[in-house]
Design a protein around this ligand. Structure first.
Ligand SMILES: [Zn+2]
Length: 284
C-alpha cells in the first residue's frame, strides 16, 4: 500500500501508512466496481479448502501490503502448519510523517511489520526485510529480478503472492514486473497469484481525466476488458476477519482518510486474487 503524499501524523504514535489517497465518491464508478466485484467473486475458483496446506511466499512492496492483501490467507495457512515467508521489498522510508526523521520512520515501520508478522503466526525468521529504497523501485527492477529469482529458487514455495499491476503506485507495479521475470528466470513451478491493493481505486486505471464522454467510454472499455480477462480465485476469510481487522489497525489505518476504502475492499468475506503465469503477461 502506501500513498505518495504524506498523511496526517497519527495521534496514538502509530505510523500511518495510508494517507491522502483517493477518496471514492459515490457514483457510477462505485456502482460499477461493486457489480464487478460481485461478478469476480461469483466467477472465482474457491481455494479455501486446498490452500491451507500449501507453502507460500508473499512479496510486499511496503510494510503493510502483506496484511491488506493476504492476511486471512496467511492465517489460514499458518493454522494448517504450512510455511509462509514474507518478503518486504522497500524500507517504507518515503512516507511523509511530520516530526519523524526518515530513520525513525523506517524503524517504526519495521516494528509494525514485525508485530503484524508475529500476529499472523509467521516465525520471525521467515520475515525478510529487503531494504530497497521506498518509491525508487521502478528504477531497480533488474536488481529486484535477480534477487527474487534467487529467493524463489532457494525456497521453492507452492504458491507465490505478488501485488497486482493494476495499481497506481509505481512500487507495486515494479514489484509485479520483477516478480514475473524472476519466476521465469528461476523456472519456478509455484502457482502465481496477484493480490489487489489499490486495484479498485479509479486512479489505478490508466485512462486519466474524465471531462469528456470519449474518455469515459474509453475507461469503460478498458475496465470491462480487464475484468473479463482476469482469472479470479478466492480464499474465504471466515474465522480470520476480526484478526485481519486488528492487524490493519497496527498500521494506523483507522486514523486515515482512506480507511473507508480499505475497510470496503480488504475486509470482506473473501480475499480475492488473480491467477497468473509468466505465459500470460496481462495486467492482473
Ligand atoms: Zn504498498
Amino acid at each position: 500500500m502506501e500513498e505518495l503524499s504524506g498523511p496526517r501524523p497519527a495521534k496514538n504514535g502509530k505510523v500511518p501508512v495510508s494517507g491522502a489517497g483517493p477518496t471514492e465518491p459515490v457514483g457510477v464508478w462505485t456502482r460499477a466496481t461493486d457489480v464487478c466485484y460481485r461478478v469476480l467473486v461469483a466467477r472465482a475458483r474457491d481455494l479455501t479448502l486446498s490452500t491451507g496446506g500449501r507453502s507460500a511466499l508473499v512479496l510486499a512492496p511496503h510494510p503493510d501490503d502483506e496484511t491488506f492483501g493476504c492476511a486471512a490467507t496467511i492465517l489460514r495457512k499458518r493454522a494448517a502448519g504450512a510455511q509462509v515467508s514474507i518478503f518486504v521489498v522497500s524500507d517504507g522510508g518515503a512516507f511523509n510523517v511530520e516530526e519523524m526523521s526518515r530513520d525513525e520512520l523506517v524503524a517504526a515501520r519495521e516494528d509494525n511489520v514485525r508485530e503484524a508478522t508475529r500476529r499472523l503466526g509467521v516465525p520471525s525468521d521467515d520475515l525478510h526485510l529487503l531494504g530497497y529504497p521506498d518509491l525508487k523501485l521502478r528504477e531497480l527492477v533488474d536488481s529486484m529480478t535477480s534477487r527474487f529469482a534467487a529467493i524463489f529458487k532457494e525456497l521453492d514455495p507452492d504458491e507465490i503472492y505478488i501485488p497486482s499491476s493494476i495499481d497506481f503506485h509505481p512500487d507495486h507495479v515494479a514489484v509485479h514486473t520483477a516478480s514475473l521475470r524472476a519466476v521465469e528466470r528461476s523456472v519456478s513451478h509455484a502457482s502465481l497469484y496477484t493480490y489487489p491493493v489499490w486495484f479498485w481505486s479509479r486512479k489505478s486505471w490508466s485512462v486519466s481525466g474524465e471531462s469528456t464522454l470519449r474518455r469515459k467510454l474509453l475507461l469503460s472499455r478498458v475496465f470491462v476488458a480487464a475484468i473479463r480477462g482476469l482469472r479470479p480465485v478466492k480464499v474465504r476469510t471466515e474465522g480470520h476477519l476480526e484478526t485481519k481487522r486488528e492487524l490493519m489497525d497496527i498500521y494506523g489505518l483507522e486514523l486515515e482518510p482512506d480507511y473507508d476504502f480499505f475497510e470496503k475492499w480488504h475486509l470482506r468475506d473473501e480475499e480475492l486474487f488473480f491467477a497468473t503465469s509468466t505465459h500470460t503477461r496481462g495486467r492482473t
